[in-house]
Design a protein. Structure first.
Length: 374
């Protein structure tokens, strides 16, 4: 049957670099490649103009109106057969079956932050979104366990599908212009992401300051990300630790430049205390970078035995892992080889293609899901 798929595309705003954006793009690529008709719904701030096989529809209104009034009206107008939300939320009055994606549960229980009333209200709302969805996508078994436990969802309704890798993530190295633009220096360790507390970056800075002088003087620590929250505090901490220009904050990395930054890194460091998936580690492995990551959240699922996993709260263990990788070309070659093999298993068929298959199955099950609502 010919299938018309609607997708919430607000994460496709220019300058946004998130796992949700990558997830949305890869699903659109996979759906278009299979000949499905895709309509991406965006707001007025989104610069995405569509792609081959993808039509863009722009809706107005503030977020609650957009979610619950403008979007369901557009789905009805466009006779959409199934709708994908890359978030935990969905239109409650959608005229078609919906598939939601819950990457993690930070929105109802951020580590180290107590908001009992807010978290209780968001839990009730998330349970309602989940209860009425045709299916739920989780990025990892770690996330699925949390979803089942916190939201009371049957395990059979939650499907684990990893985030897909784009074809652009392959071994390459930075050009001279890229090295200058992002202040990489001759050798560097790389972090890519935001600067929120669960990313554990203050501890990474203390670990960097504790490395042998020979390693610190020959490598820069590049903390790449466009987020402003937390950056000033990290700069101040780096200064107080005497790290000076050995720690670099280059800001947002252009999508076209990111594979080269990964490929040229002596190590990708992701010392997170919690992750629903951990996309930078996977992208880095696909580009041939050795990975040092926290043994927390979904990172062990993503990295497997292809990287060095450590307790992210053990500064001595993290320092030892970094010193071993940065100080040994043989160790880096071995890790890069294992990482490339690991990343190769995250094929389009295993990732975005399975989301498309789930959308097709959910649309076919419409009578059972929606009854006589249509």
């Amino acid at each position: 049957m010919s299938l018309r798929v609607g997708v919430d595309g607000r994460e496709l705003r220019a300058g946004v670099r998130t796992g949700i954006r990558r997830y949305t793009l890869e699903v659109l690529r996979a759906a278009a490649a299979r000949g499905l008709e895709c309509i991406v719904y965006v707001d007025r701030a989104t610069g995405f103009e569509g792609a081959p096989g993808v039509r863009c529809a722009r809706l107005g209104g503030v977020t609650p109106w957009w979610d619950q009034v403008a979007l369901p009206a557009a789905l009805r107008r466009d006779a959409v057969d199934v709708f994908l939300s890359p978030y935990y939320k969905r239109p409650l009055a959608a005229p078609c079956p919906t598939v939601i994606t819950i990457h993690d549960l930070f929105f109802i229980g951020y580590p180290g932050r107590r908001r009992p009333l807010y978290d209780a209200a968001m839990t009730l709302l998330a349970r309602r979104y989940a209860a009425g969805a045709g299916a739920i996508v989780a990025d990892s078994e770690h996330s699925r366990r949390a979803i089942v436990e916190r939201l009371g969802v049957g395990v059979e309704r939650t499907v684990v599908i990893p985030v897909g890798l784009g074809p652009e993530f392959r071994p390459t190295v930075p050009s001279a212009a890229q090295r200058e633009r992002y202040r990489l220096g001759a050798a560097y360790a790389l972090y890519v992401g935001n600067f929120l507390p669960h990313k554990n970056l203050p501890r990474l800075l203390r670990v960097w300051a504790a490395l042998p002088e020979a390693l610190r003087s020959s490598h820069r620590l590049v903390l790449a990300g466009g987020a402003l929250v937390g950056r000033a505090a990290l700069r101040a901490l780096a200064g107080s630790l005497g790290l000076g220009d050995r720690v670099v904050f280059p800001g947002l990395v252009d999508d076209a430049d990111l594979p080269a930054l990964y490929g040229g890194a002596a190590a990708l460091v992701q010392p997170s205390l919690e992750e629903g998936f951990g996309l930078p580690a996977l992208e880095a492995m696909a580009c041939g970078a050795p990975v040092v990551a926290g043994r927390r959240g979904a990172l062990p699922e993503v990295v497997g035995d292809a990287g060095v996993l450590v307790d992210p709260e053990d500064e001595r263990a993290l320092a030892a892992a970094l010193a071993r990788v940065l100080g040994s070309a043989g160790e880096r070659r071995a890790l890069a080889g294992r990482g490339l093999a690991r990343a190769a298993s995250f094929t389009a068929e295993r990732t975005a293609g399975r989301v498309v298959e789930l959308l097709q199955a959910t649309a076919r099950a419409r009578p059972a899901l929606a009854g006589s609502a249509r």
